[in-house]
Design a protein. Sequence first.
Length: 169
Amino acid sequence: MTKRTPASPAVDDALDDALADALADAFITVSRALVGTAVRSVNAAPVEVTLVQHRLLVLLATGGDQTVGTLAGQLEVNASNASRLCDRLQKLGLVSRDRSTTDGRAVEVSLTASGRELLETVRAHRRHEVRRILSHMSPDDVEAAITALTAFGEAANEVGEAQWTAHIL
């Protein structure tokens, strides 16, 4: 095995930049496909919800009951926007709001059974869409994608599909 020795730090930096750019381009391309899959999946929900409303439901499924302020922070929106999102989801019967048992001043938002059902419908549709795309890839490419995407998900601090599914089922 030959040990690679860099010609100069500038050459390594250029190589790293080229690899980083190629990887960024690949992820941007894939993200367009995944956003399309996400939109089609959310549109398959039994009631009309937006992607942001769906994300709020996912946060409740994975994180349990939360205050509007906590949800706002996770969604990176102001509290009044998060409150309006919760209002709409509550009217649809997908979330409920109750006084906190530990802090009577706080109101916690909870996912309802209908909210869990919606998430399961969207998840099943998304899984079907992804499997359709994977059917056009070679087994070796699928294995490489599993490895790369698992590492990316871990770096992004996303819970794995098995953990996430356990929260909604």
